[in-house]
Design a protein. Structure first.
Lengths: 244, 477
């Protein structure tokens, strides 16, 4: 699904990712761990197409050169980024935003846009799966949401848009145990053989709930170690410092 | 290339109707005024009133305190009256109206014929200097409501017109208002009798068609005791490389317990992307809450015009009266807007609320200018003002100039203001959810304007939302 070969990325002439290789197949869950400043969020931004980065190397998504696809088309083709800090958009009703978003994605696939009633039925269903109060949908997008509510909203959007590749950028940070469980349940219930996850996190905590197939340790812009789920527990005990 | 295509789509009302006109002689003279008064078959008192204004005009100067400056207007090089020849014999019904005029309004999305009329909205259609047609007149008459061109009201309801015209905007007020009093041509007149709720939206659609012609609309709305009316005006003009002057006067009077809701969707031709052409929209709008517990609410969506200069205001005379001003002003390319309101608190327990949203893109400049004036007798008065400005790009400007005069220690005045740039992160967030750049801008800006948009009558809110998006097309990225 996604192949990265010798990917380098810099911003304002500062090199951040320095030769990264990664191969993600459908049905797989990959976790990226690593210390602050190792390039984890940059990787998420580069994959989703955020502007401002100078990117080199081969990035192939579903056989296409990712660099040639604009941000919104990447989203339409199934790349979803759950933001570390979801943005507040004042005056924009959450359910209206979700409907606009879903219909943009549907339109790009040549599917019929959903009318308001059909959409509301769908979104209420998805919201209740995540234990999200319906009132949440009529509030302004992320405005005045608690940290946990914002992250749950990201997972709700993921379930609604049904992406192929979901990138979770520190979705677990700032969550209490209950919210963490809801987020993890959301991911687990959506996981299937056709879609893949790239989970960026600092902590083993989330990986207790979502079992990764691979854990990659990112340090100074490179993957320095790749292992299975046990690597996470090892890191939790000994930290990143002792890896080298 | 893509940009050019967008620009050519931007103003879809830019066509001209090819029609034979009757014009007043060029220039601003006593003869021009007499010509207008005569062709409108006005009584002598009206002509005298006009001439009084004209004499006053001779000693007045154009205001120059506003931020947008404009080249000197040669008032002798303008036509002050232009009307389709076919309107001379006053068609008695729509069948007698020139099909070209009917077609024009159809193209503008305002069908005038019986079968296709807008649902629940009565329309007065003003073309250059003359009202072409007024719909639903019969139904309104049954309730005692008068809705007709002001030129007709001068003939048929002289007592009402005499009593109220110039009572809110005196003929000596300021240059453009006085100019309007001297040469005004057509506009709407509304009278709602006591304890009557107007059963439908009333609206006027102003269209400028002729070149080298100014439009001087005059509207007068009176809501008698305990009545309610919601009124909406819309405006468009052809694309031309000259600047055309639109100097309107709108007066509202609300008596005891009456309420007037006045909404404007202003989409005059804004000029091209280099700032050539466009309308000078120099408008005086003022409402008097003359009775106790009365309310006047202005809502404006200003997206057109090369220069917009207007301050819809409320004089809160009656005790417990309420004035509101909700505004969206969007300027793109080289457009300039200097707009806001005046809330004059005279009565006790009077309340006013000002919500202003200014959006600036391209090389445009947008100023909010407002006055809150609380008189010494206006005990326990309150004002709340919120001015938000949104900037798109780094060549545009936003300014907020609030004046506050308070002569009463029991009053409460609150003022909040914010200025922000459209946020790259917000755009990225929307793009990442599958929205393209224009869809994202439209969503964010409509959210920014929401408090004002939701004040508009339902039928127009959707149109206004689209207009907001179209006005900003091509302004980002």
């Amino acid at each position: 699904m996604l192949q990265l070969k010798d990917v380098k990325a810099s911003i304002n002439n500062k090199s951040i990712i320095k030769g990264l290789n990664l191969n993600i197949k459908p049905g797989e869950v990959h976790a990226i761990m690593g210390p602050n400043g190792s390039g984890k969020s940059t990787l998420a931004n580069v994959l989703s197409g955020k502007s401002g980065y100078e990117v080199s190397g081969n990035l192939t998504y579903q056989g296409q050169n990712l660099k040639e696809i604009p941000i919104e088309e990447r989203a339409q083709k199934g790349i979803f980024l759950a933001f570390q800090y979801p943005l507040e958009i004042p005056g924009v009703n959450t359910s209206n935003f979700l409907k606009t978003s879903l219909n943009c994605v549907r339109k790009s696939k040549g599917e019929k846009e959903l009318d308001t009633l059909t959409f509301l039925k769908l979104i209420k269903e998805k919201a209740s799966e995540l234990n999200i109060d319906e009132k949440f949908l009529s509030r302004q997008l992320n405005v005045g949401f608690s940290g946990g509510e914002k992250k749950k909203n990201e997972i709700l959007q993921m379930k609604l848009l049904e992406p192929k590749l979901s990138i979770l950028d520190e979705t677990d940070s700032g969550l209490d145990i209950d919210a963490l469980r809801i987020v993890a349940d959301g991911v687990n219930s959506y996981k299937n053989k056709d879609n893949a996850f790239l989970i960026i996190t600092h902590y083993q905590r989330l990986l207790d709930y979502i079992k990764p197939d691979f854990i990659h340790v990112l340090s100074d812009g490179k993957i320095i170690k790749t292992g299975n789920a046990e690597l996470g527990q090892e890191l939790e005990k000994s930290g990143y410092e002792n890896l080298n | 290339m893509k940009n050019q295509e967008i620009n050519s789509q931007e103003y879809k009302y830019g066509f001209t109707t090819d029609i034979e006109n009757i014009k007043a002689p060029k220039g601003l003279t006593e003869n021009t005024i007499k010509f207008i008064s005569k062709i409108k078959k006005e009584p002598k008192w009206m002509l005298d009133w006009r001439l009084k204004a004209f004499n006053r005009l001779k000693v007045l100067k154009e205001p120059n305190w506003q931020k947008p400056k404009f080249p000197k207007i040669d008032y002798q090089d303008l036509y002050y009256y232009s009307a389709p020849k076919s309107m001379k014999d006053k068609p008695q019904n729509l069948d007698e109206v020139d099909p070209k005029l009917i077609e024009t309004y159809k193209k503008l999305g305002i069908p005038l014929n019986e079968q296709k009329r807008l649902n629940g909205i009565a329309v007065d259609a003003v073309f250059d200097s003359v009202s072409v047609a007024t719909t639903f007149k019969g139904e309104l008459t049954k309730k005692g409501i008068i809705f007709c061109p002001i030129s007709e009201a001068i003939q048929k309801h002289p007592d009402l017109v005499k009593k109220y015209i110039g009572s809110v905007i005196p003929i000596s007020d300021h240059y453009f208002a006085t100019l309007n009093s001297a040469v005004f041509t057509d506009g709407s007149f509304v009278y709602i009798p006591p304890n009557t709720r107007c059963p439908m939206e009333l609206s006027t659609y102003f269209r400028i068609n002729a070149s080298e012609t100014g439009q001087f609309e005059r509207t007068l709305i009176i809501a008698d005791k305990g009545s309610y009316v919601s009124y909406l005006e819309g405006c468009t003009a052809p694309m031309r490389d000259e600047n055309q002057l639109h100097a309107a006067n709108v007066e509202l009077v609300a008596l005891d317990d009456a309420e007037i809701k006045y909404s404007t969707v202003q989409n005059w031709y804004p000029g091209d992307k280099n700032g050539v052409g466009g309308i000078y929209n120099f408008v005086t709008k003022r409402g008097a809450c003359r009775g106790k517990n009365s309310k006047i609410s202005w809502t404006q969506v200003e997206t057109g015009s090369a220069i917009t200069w207007k301050y819809p205001s409320c004089i809160l005379q009656g005790d417990n009266s309420v004035g509101e001003f909700y505004s969206i002003a969007i300027t793109n390319n080289y457009q300039k807007a200097d707009t806001g309101t005046k809330m004059i608190h005279l009565g006790k327990n009077t309340k006013s609320k000002i919500i202003s949203k200014g959006i600036s893109a391209g090389n445009a400049d947008n100023t909010y200018r407002g006055l809150v004036d609380i008189n010494s007798k206006a005990t326990n008065s309150r004002n709340y003002t919120q001015c938000d400005s949104l900037l798109m790009g780094n060549k545009c400007g936003a300014h907020t100039v609030p004046y506050i005069k308070n002569k009463n220690s029991s009053s409460t005045i609150e003022h909040e203001a914010t200025t922000s740039k459209i946020n790259e992160e917000q755009l990225f967030y929307c793009n990442q959810r599958g929205l393209n750049q224009e869809e994202a801008v439209s969503l964010i800006v409509n959210g920014f304007c929401k408090e004002v948009l939701q004040q508009l009558p339902m039928e127009f809110a959707v149109e206004a939302q689209k207009l907001v998006s179209i006005s900003l097309e091509g302004s980002v990225g």
